[in-house]
Design a protein around this ligand. Structure first.
Ligand code: 5GP
Ligand code: MN
Length: 339
């Protein structure tokens, strides 16, 4: 995006608009953090703003300032479709292809609103009038901060905005430890703390709200952990039966894949989670170093993401999906052993 583009957007905000902010299906901390951060920011321009998400998000995010105003497309379809239809501007955050919003794909395609994309995923589609895309960024939430900076509006940051953006950056960087975390990320974080983000409280909200069932499910997942030493890979499975046994709730499996990666000598980790209702197996892939799980997810599992964190899905059974994963590993053995 050029300097002129930012100036144009700033001008757009000088008059009242109907603005809708949307994010991807199964929203994570960065999706909700960036959306609510931008929501509070646009409110400082007295805009009519609404956040619409495709479906529900984990309860460990349901404390964030403004979350109670979020509309969910799957359960509030008519009102959401009407708001999308009437929007003057739609911001699309933390994704870069409409199909990532599931059922919202068609209404977004049909909408005449001016679109602004803010996102850090690879290979963005070209649906937006303004595309602010940067794959080097730790998170979309960090990009919202830079977006405000480009509008010369850092003085608009309130404690609410700071809290939302801090949460998004923290969750998307694995608490500031992934390689996408830069000195600039830390400078942004420092400013957000100065602006009122209570870092320790935020950490407690997100990470210290485990249910007993969630920890039992984690125990089950760790029991299922398998290692394939010749490929320096590890994987975990969770069947629908196991999820039911521990009364699975959205968000309960968040972060479990990283336990595989924490093993000595493992550079590729996967988790396969059966979803009988959708008839799919949801796959999360993580890697260390230069090995691109984005490429693997795109090529074999109808997905994508980033170099070190990607996801996808399979329509095979859980057992067959795991067999497929094991069968494709030899093609990557050389790369995995060079890490
Ligand atoms: P997670 O494994 O936490 O669900 O996702 C990790 C990363 O991969 C996220 O950046 C997410 O946007 C991306 N991702 C997850 N699932 C999919 C998918 O089905 N398709 C695409 N294109 N990206 C995905
Ligand atoms: Mn993100």
């Amino acid at each position: 995006m050029t300097k002129q583009d930012f100036t144009d957007i700033k001008k757009l905000l000088t008059t009242e608009k109907n603005i809708v902010i949307v994010t991807h299906k199964n929203p994570d901390g960065d999706a909700i953090g960036s959306s609510l951060g931008l929501y509070h920011f646009l409110k400082t321009y007295h805009q009519h703003v609404l956040v619409i998400v495709p479906n529900d998000y984990p309860s460990f995010l349901k404390w964030m300032p403004g979350h109670e105003h979020i509309l969910k497309h799957d359960t509030q379809t008519a009102i959401c479709d009407s708001k999308i239809d009437k929007a003057d501007i739609i911001f699309t955050l933390d994704f870069n292809a409409f199909h990532r919003t599931g059922q919202m794909e068609k209404p977004l395609e049909n909408s005449k609103a001016l679109k602004v994309m803010i996102d850090h995923h690879q290979e963005p589609d070209s649906y937006a009038k303004y595309t602010y895309s940067d794959v080097r960024m730790s998170s979309t939430s960090e990009m919202i901060y830079h977006f405000m900076d480009h509008l010369d509006a850092l003085d608009h940051i309130t404690p609410e905005i700071a809290t939302c953006l801090y949460t998004g950056i923290m969750t998307d960087t694995g608490s500031f430890r992934f390689s996408s975390t830069t000195s600039l990320t830390h400078q942004v974080i420092a400013h957000l703390i100065e602006a009122g983000a209570q870092n320790s409280d935020i950490h407690n909200h997100v990470f210290d709200s485990n249910s007993y069932n969630r920890l039992q499910l984690l125990g089950c997942a760790l029991n299922n952990l398998k290692v394939i030493p010749e490929s320096r890979a590890a994987y975990i499975t969770l069947s629908q039966e196991e999820l039911n046994k521990y009364n699975f709730k959205k968000g309960d499996t968040e972060g479990i894949v990283n336990y595989g990666l924490s093993l000595e000598n493992v550079v590729l980790a996967a988790i396969f989670i059966e979803d009988k209702q959708e008839g799919i197996v949801k796959i999360s892939l993580r890697s260390e170093g230069h090995f691109s799980v984005n490429d693997m997810a795109r090529k074999h599992f109808n997905g994508g993401g980033h170099i070190n964190a990607a996801g996808g899905k399979s329509h095979l059974s859980l057992k067959d999906t795991v067999e497929k994963f094991i069968s494709i590993l030899p093609e990557y053995n050389k790369a995995l052993n060079n890490e």
